[in-house]
Design a protein around this ligand. Structure first.
Ligand SMILES: Cc1ncc(COP(=O)(O)O)c(C=O)c1O
Length: 446
């Protein structure tokens, strides 16, 4: 092999491009002094370094400090990302084996679908109302949660993703009131919103009434990739929380990642609020510039520091816009057929923001494309998620898939709402819809 270090070389080469990193991790690629030097702290469980899943002293103390900063009953560290927190949350609410139904939004991340397969849980799907503008999935409405809780009286939990990838926030306060009335715990996948407690107005779902949240700290906060928090408010779940995490987690969690979570909490406590208040103002200017240019952004309650640009309103795809951003030395977080997403953090410099502004100004103004896909009706679920995920599968052409059972999720973006989930029957409308989005094949149960 010519290059004996293909991955390492690619990373070094990418680093040399000198792009402003508007993507995860939330330290934004900056050599933040408090994160430098963590490599030498890459140790293992020793008498004086504690053990994540049996935390008794220093890890427990670090977690207790984090709980104080977040205002929770218990906060647990994860070095296995938000995925591990999601697995643990779902495990905790499914301890009662007679309750297998999870009332959940259809825009959920695949880590949750996989966890439901592993735990043999049955999702029932809430659809968002398209109230954030066309081309965005929208928000789960509290009235819809209530209707589902009336219908599914054996629900083990309500599980909502907020904010979504575009920064759109559900009304967690109202949803949590509904959940409390029906005595069903509210779990929030807050992967993209770990920083929300630092906004001038505390927008963190734990503050707004969620029982548990999975927070992918590394996405928006100065934490090494893989660092996340499981936040718990209800006493009910505290006792078994470590065991629930240990069920899925590696027995060798990274100490540098855990140390970065610990350092992040000190940063949050001492500097976080001031830093986010300033960031919010800077991002607002960028959003105003985008709107002036004619770019659509999500409407209603949103994460004030997430930059989502619906480039379709300029007649270009998000991917095309991303290429233009790269020529201005900006690497975005995400691009699809109609949108571009940037993650801004307090660690970006004025030079980084100026690059973003120049890139926005450089986008061409073509004929706007409206993104108002009408989704096919939800298909029937004919097999449990678990059965579908663990069955033998084959990949077949879409034309041949009608009447077959999906073994995987198919989710065209935009709008980012899966049209079929594992265990659901593929209809003609679904196959046609996916074809329009340039899907050619799909994995189905054999
Ligand atoms: C909404 C959402 N939930 C969960 C996850 C999983 O987070 P992690 O990569 O920290 O495991 C992601 C990752 O992209 C996500 O976007």
């Amino acid at each position: 092999m010519a290059n004996q270090t293909p991955l390492y070389s690619a990373l070094v080469q990418h680093h040399r491009l000198g792009r402003s990193a508007f993507h995860t991790p939330g330290h934004s690629g900056k050599e933040i002094s408090f994160l430098a030097g963590l490599l030498q702290l890459d140790v293992t469980e020793l008498p004086d370094t504690d053990s994540l899943f049996e935390a008794e002293h220093v890890i427990l103390q670090a977690e207790q400090h984090a709980a104080q900063v977040f205002g929770t009953t218990r906060t647990l560290f994860s070095a296995g990302g938000c995925t591990l927190c999601i697995q643990a949350m779902l495990r905790l609410v499914s301890a009662d084996s007679s309750k297998k139904t999870i009332v959940t939004d259809r825009i959920l991340h695949r880590s949750a679908v996989n966890a439901m397969a592993l735990l043999d849980l049955n999702p029932v799907w809430l659809l968002p109302r398209a109230d954030a503008g066309s081309g965005f999935p929208g928000r789960i409405h509290p009235d819809d949660v209530e209707a589902f809780l009336k219908q599914y009286q054996d629900a083990a939990a309500v599980y909502i993703t907020s904010p979504d990838y575009f920064g759109v926030l559900a009304d967690i306060k109202k949803i949590s009131e509904v959940c409390r009335r029906y005595q069903v715990p509210l779990l929030v996948d807050n992967a993209h919103g770990s920083h929300l407690f630092l906004m001038p107005e505390n927008l963190h779902p734990i503050h707004l009434g969620a029982d548990m949240t999975a927070c992918s700290a590394h996405k928006t906060l100065p934490v090494l990739t893989g660092g996340a928090f499981l936040n718990i408010v209800s006493d009910t779940y505290v006792h078994n929380a470590k065991d629930a995490m240990a069920l899925f987690g590696s027995t060798s969690p990274s100490y540098p990642i855990m140390a970065s979570l610990d350092l992040c909490m000190r940063w949050a406590e001492t500097k976080g609020k001031a830093a986010y208040s300033q960031l919010q103002k800077r991002v607002l200017k960028i959003k105003e510039l985008a709107v002036e240019k004619g770019i659509v952004i999500p409407t209603g309650a949103t994460d004030p520091v997430r930059i989502t640009l619906q480039t379709a309103s300029l007649g270009i795809t998000g991917e095309e816009a991303a290429e233009i951003f790269r020529t201005y030395l900006v690497e975005p977080e995400y691009a699809d057929d109609g949108n571009l997403v940037l993650i801004a953090t307090p660690f970006h410099t004025e030079q980084d923001f100026l690059r973003v502004e120049k890139a926005i100004q450089a986008l061409p103004n073509k004929r706007p494309v409206t993104l108002n896909a009408v989704l096919p009706p939800l298909p029937n679920s004919v097999m449990s998620v678990r059965q579908a995920v663990f069955s033998p599968w084959e990949e077949i052409n879409l034309e041949d898939s009608i009447g077959r059972i999906a073994a995987t999720t198919a989710c065209p973006c935009p709008p980012g709402i899966p049209v079929v989930m594992p265990g659901e029957m593929i209809t003609e409308e679904i196959a046609m819809f996916l074809k329009k989005y340039r899907f050619l094949t799909i994995k189905v149960v054999k």
